[in-house]
Each structure stands twice: as structure tokens, then as C-alpha cells.
Design a protein. Structure first.
Length: 656
């Protein structure tokens, strides 16, 4: 009987996670598949993308065209320079386009982003298992995190949009996985050192290499993603080992940073504080948002960065004495390559500073938007995350009670799960406090990792009662805690159930989750009105694909009041993209002004504007700037929308 009972328990332990894994896998596969199918078959504007994606793809098309025609070095230089969008996504797109039989197209670009979005889901299970080393806990976490992601209001749409949020989710999740492993190795190293067996510690570099690869991939997905993580690492390490940082500051002050070097540090710190405040103070913003101000920051940052690393190298033995292996690894394998790449081009720094000064949608906080408008049913997700945060805090209190404030906090902050949770929350706080651009998409790359680590802490709730000695009361409390810990993440099942029970399939076929899901998400990121982009298509079809054009797109010049009041300003990037697609195979098109190589490579100039007078005005301004003689050869006016495109032949230069 006892043997059967033991077998029964073993079967139950194997069956429960297996069943949950199958349910989650089927749900993820079905909803991802139906989302992509809906995008391909139902969305009417798959030939255009969002604003940012249009501009990024336009740049990739230029690079693709140069590579196909044999101009390798200009294409690679443009790819690697990447002042606004890092090169990783563009490089992937170029490789895919070159290998594809169909060549570049918008659906293929969307597919790249969708692959990253889809890869997030199996990654969640792998990371959850590595964090917990429990099949059941990993299955529960995978179900919770996957359902929470799938049943957000916007994230599924970003998955089929060619935006970078899905790619950011994937690389952030894996970067924090390797961070977890580094802290775990450091904790094990400390335990073995206390036991006198440190000489037996396995010296493995794979976690450092993993941090290097995935951390830099995150940085080269979006510079703000990488910089926020960099700041979060610095803040968490400062909190984790404050005395070590104070000692480093004292040594640096005594050994190097006094006199003019100390003055440079103070000047740089003051300017950076001004940039943080500049987004909220218009007068200060006007002073800082200039080329001279940004180049001053760049020059100071490069000088201090190089000088500080020379100092660390010269006093590397003190650096090794002060900081543990995890801290040094994060600095060498994340900070150095990220900042080194950023400082190679001043335009990258200028673009980052411009992003900080940009204000958009700043009335509400990220937390308010996350709580109120992110999920179909927010209560289960918020309850699980709150339970995880509460458990994390209670563990801190118990550690302080057992070891005292200093040793207790050190022990708690040294836990790998605390480190990952802390790094995520610090990034959130940084975004709340240091940016006025409160678009909710700016936190989406954090959500998979947040769901995983929040659920990990939630499932740790029963451990709080493990050492309690209350007899039967202990057993009862642990049972309640265990039930709560596992049931809270599973309550997210109300989201698909609610949608299923309220949804109808096509033609009265009954309940259909795929049908209900795709109809309840804004999966058509560029909208469902095909007529909104018809003027762009109409004009693109009337361009001769065999000419090499310079494009003067006045709709990009928002500072002109005539443009700011025009509906065409919302279609500026769509004109750029579709005109490029029209001339991709046998002609060429580049935006003016810009770096176009030899000006004699172009034989036509296109000028776009809300009316023909404005288009002609911008064309003449470009002629004066570049020294071209222009002869008008055509004019197109789209009615009833006020769009005009004028075509000019480039005759000759007005000056030698």
C-alpha cells in the first residue's frame, strides 16, 4: 500500500506539470498562429508599417540596394554607424532579405519581429526552470507569464508590427537570466570561501559570455533599453555593496580625481542633472537641446570614460580587492562594450540625449497605465505580482531579524532572485522619474522578466513557514501558503475563459477562442482603413521605377506651421517607404538633404507637399543648397486630399 501511494504521488508530480505544460503550449501555439493568420489575411495595410518601422525599413532598403549593386563599403558604413536605431535589427533584416527569394517586403520585416515575439514564450519556460529547478513551478510560471502576455491589450499587436518591443522582451529576459546566474555563482563562491573549499569552485565563463552576447544584443536592439539596464545595474550594485563604492570614491579622489579632473567630474554631473530636469523646464530644454550643448556632453563623457578606465587598469588590484566577481563581470562584459560602442559616434550620444528631452504622453505614470489599461482582467496578474513583492520584502525582514540590519540586508541583496527583481524595478523607477515620455510601450520589454521573477517570489511563499515550529499550526499555515502560492498564478486562466465564454465563432459555429481572441485585439497595427494610405499608394504607382530620385519630403518639417496643420505629416514615413519600394529593383530613391554619395548619380528630384506651391518652394530650397539646376517635368495633385508631388529633372550644377 505504501509503495502504491508513493507511486501515485510520483505520477501526480509528473502528471501535473506535464498537463499544465501541454495546455500552455497548445494555448500559445493556437493564439500566436491565429494572430499571424489574422494579420496576413485581414489587415488591409500590410504594405506599410508604423512610423518608426517605416523609417528603419527605408534605411535598410537603401543598404540592401547598395549591397545588391556591389557598393559594399557604403552599405556597411551606414549599417554600423546607426546613430538612432542600433544595427542589430537592420543587420538581421538585411540577411533575411538577401536570402529571401522575394526580396525585401514589409511582411517579411514584420515576420522577423514576430519570430522574436514567439521565441519569448519557450524562453520563459527555460528561464523559469533554471530559476526554480522544479518542473511543477516552472510549468506554473510559464502558464502565468504566457497568459499574462497574450492577454494584454497591445502586446499581441506589437508582435505583428515590426516594432522592436518583442525583440527587447527576448533579449531582456535572457540578459536577466545570465545576471541571475552570475549572482547565483557569486553566492556559491562566497559559501565555499566560508567553508574553506574555494579552490574547488568551478571557474566557468559561460555566464559571462552569455551576459556579453545577450546584453549587447539588448543594447543594440534599442539604445535606451541598454542604457536603462546599465543605470539599473549601477544603482543595484551601489545598494548591494555601498561601503565598497564609498571606498572606491575615496581612493579615486585621493589618487586621481582632484584638481582639474575633479572639476570635470562636477561639471559633467551638473550637466547631466540639467538634462534630467530639462524635459520638465522649457527654458532649460531650449538651452540644452542644441548641437553645441550635446557635443559638450559627448566630449566630457568620452574624456571621463577613457580616463576612468585607465585609472581602473592602473589600480586593477585594488579594483579586484574591492569588488566581487559578479560586479567585475557586469562591468567588464556589459558596461565597457556598451559605453565603448556608444562613444564611438557622437551622433549616438546626441540622439540619446534628444530622447531624454523628448516629451510625449506625459500626463500619467507607467504604473497607472499598467494597472488600469494593460490587461483584459488585471486583478489576477496584479495579485500575483503583489504577492511576489510582499514575499520578497518579508524575506528581507526575516533576514534582518535573524542576522541584524547590516548582515541581513547584505544576505538578502545577495540572493539572485532579489538581484533580478531589483534590477527590473529600478529600471521601472528610472523610467517613471527620469523621462516625461510615458508611452506604455516603453515598459513592455520588462514584462516577461517581471512576470517570471514575480511568480518565482510568489511560489516562494511556503518557504516562509518552513522553519516555523508551531506543530499542527505549522502544517496548516504551510498548506494555506502552498495553496495560495500555486493558485494565484493560475487565476490568470480567467482571461481566456472569460473571452471564450463571451465569444462566438463565425457563422454561428459556436465558441471559438481563436476567433474571439483575434477580434478582441488591435492586431492591425496600421489600422483597418485602407483608404487612409491610398493617397500614398496612388502617388507611388505614378513614379517611374527606372529613375534615380532625390526626395524632398516636406511633410517631415513639422516646424513649418503649414506642414504642422497638414494631414500629410502623419504619412511622411509612408511616402518614404512606398516610393523606395517602387524604385527598389531598377531605380533608386534617397531623402534629401542627406548623404547621397555622388550627386551626379541622381537624375530626378521629387518634391512632396500639402500643395504644389509648398512642394515647389522646398524643391527650390534644395536646389539652392545643393547647387542643382532643376527643370520641372511633371506635377501630380491628389484630390480631395491636399497632396502634391512635383517631379524635376536635374540638369546640371549651378557652380563648379
Amino acid at each position: 500500500m505504501n509503495l502504491l501511494s508513493e507511486k501515485g504521488r510520483a505520477w501526480l508530480r509528473a502528471l501535473a506539470p506535464g498537463l499544465l505544460l501541454v495546455v500552455t503550449a497548445v494555448l500559445v501555439q493556437q493564439l500566436l498562429g491565429s494572430s499571424w493568420k489574422y494579420f496576413e489575411e485581414k489587415c488591409p495595410n500590410t504594405d506599410v508599417l508604423s512610423w518608426d518601422a517605416n523609417l528603419r525599413l527605408s534605411l535598410v532598403l537603401d543598404q540592401y540596394q547598395e549591397l545588391v549593386r556591389g557598393d559594399v563599403m557604403p552599405a556597411l558604413a551606414s549599417l554600423l554607424r546607426a546613430p538612432t536605431w542600433p544595427f542589430l535589427r537592420s543587420a538581421i533584416a538585411l540577411i533575411v532579405f538577401l536570402l529571401s527569394d522575394t526580396g525585401p517586403n514589409t511582411i517579411l520585416d514584420v515576420a522577423i519581429g514576430f519570430v522574436f515575439y514567439a521565441l519569448v514564450f519557450p524562453s520563459i519556460w527555460i528561464v523559469a526552470f533554471e530559476f526554480t529547478r522544479s518542473g511543477l513551478q516552472a510549468a506554473v510560471i510559464w502558464f502565468f507569464a504566457s497568459v499574462s502576455l497574450l492577454f494584454t491589450s497591445e502586446i499581441p499587436a506589437y508582435g505583428v508590427s515590426a516594432m522592436l518591443e518583442g525583440q527587447g522582451m527576448f533579449f531582456m529576459l535572457w540578459t536577466l537570466y545570465f545576471t541571475f546566474k552570475l549572482y547565483e555563482q557569486q553566492r556559491l563562491r562566497q559559501t565555499m570561501a566560508e567553508a574553506g573549499t574555494l579552490h574547488d569552485f568551478p571557474r566557468r565563463k559561460r555566464f559571462a559570455i552569455g551576459l556579453l552576447v545577450f546584453g549587447q544584443a539588448l543594447f543594440h536592439t534599442k539604445y535606451p533599453y541598454g542604457l536603462m539596464l546599465l543605470i539599473a545595474y549601477a544603482v543595484y550594485e551601489l545598494v548591494r555593496r555601498p561601503r565598497r563604492f564609498i571606498e572606491l570614491l575615496v581612493l579615486a579622489r585621493e589618487q586621481r580625481y582632484h584638481g582639474w579632473r575633479g572639476a570635470l567630474v562636477l561639471l559633467f554631473a551638473g550637466i547631466m542633472i540639467a538634462f534630467v530636469l530639462g524635459s520638465r523646464l522649457p527654458a532649460l530644454k531650449a538651452v540644452l537641446n542644441t548641437k553645441s550643448g550635446k557635443y559638450l556632453v559627448y566630449a566630457l563623457a568620452v574624456v571621463l570614460f577613457l580616463d576612468f578606465n585607465v585609472y581602473l587598469y592602473r589600480f586593477r588590484f585594488e579594483f579586484r580587492r574591492l569588488f566581487d566577481t559578479a560586479t567585475r563581470t557586469i562591468y567588464v562584459f556589459y558596461f565597457l562594450p556598451a559605453l565603448g560602442w556608444l562613444f564611438l559616434d557622437p551622433d549616438r550620444v546626441n540622439s540619446t540625449l534628444g530622447t531624454q528631452l523628448h516629451a510625449q504622453d506625459g500626463a500619467r505614470s507607467f504604473l497607472a497605465r499598467f494597472v488600469e489599461g494593460t490587461f483584459d482582467v488585471p486583478e489576477p496578474v496584479l495579485a500575483c505580482l503583489a504577492a511576489g513583492l510582499l514575499t520578497c520584502c518579508v524575506v528581507a525582514l526575516l533576514s534582518i531579524r535573524k542576522r541584524g540590519i547590516g548582515q541581513g540586508l547584505t544576505d538578502w541583496l545577495g540572493r539572485p532572485a532579489t538581484g533580478v527583481f531589483g534590477v527590473i524595478l529600478i529600471q521601472w523607477v528610472i523610467l517613471e522619474l527620469l523621462t516625461s515620455n510615458k508611452q506604455i510601450r516603453h515598459i513592455y520589454h520588462l514584462l516577461p522578466a517581471l512576470f517570471v521573477i514575480g511568480a518565482v517570489w510568489c511560489l516562494a511563499l511556503p518557504q516562509l513557514f518552513r522553519r516555523a515550529r508551531y506543530g499542527r499550526l505549522e502544517t496548516g499555515m504551510r498548506f494555506v501558503a502552498l495553496s495560495m502560492a500555486f493558485l494565484l498564478p493560475l487565476t490568470v486562466s480567467v482571461m481566456p475563459l472569460r473571452l471564450l465564454m463571451g465569444g462566438q465563432g463565425p457563422a454561428g459555429s459556436g465558441l471559438d477562442l481563436n476567433y474571439a481572441y483575434t477580434r478582441s485585439r488591435p492586431l492591425c497595427f496600421t489600422g483597418t482603413d485602407r483608404n487612409a494610405f491610398e493617397p500614398v499608394r496612388w502617388m507611388a504607382r505614378r513614379v517611374d521605377p527606372g529613375h534615380r530620385y532625390m526626395l524632398v519630403n516636406s511633410f517631415h518639417y513639422y516646424e513649418d506651421p503649414r506642414i504642422a496643420q497638414s494631414a500629410g505629416r502623419f504619412l511622411a514615413s509612408d511616402f518614404d517607404l512606398l516610393l523606395r519600394m517602387r524604385t527598389l529593383n531598377s531605380g533608386a530613391l534617397r531623402n534629401a538633404p542627406g548623404d547621397h554619395g555622388n550627386p551626379h548619380d541622381f537624375d530626378r528630384l521629387l518634391a512632396l507637399g500639402p500643395d504644389c506651391d509648398i512642394a515647389g518652394e522646398y524643391a527650390l530650397a534644395e536646389s539652392d543648397r545643393s547647387g542643382y539646376e532643376l527643370r520641372q517635368v511633371g506635377s501630380l495633385r491628389h484630390e480631395p486630399e491636399p497632396y502634391c508631388m512635383q517631379e524635376y529633372a536635374i540638369e546640371a550644377a549651378t557652380s563648379p
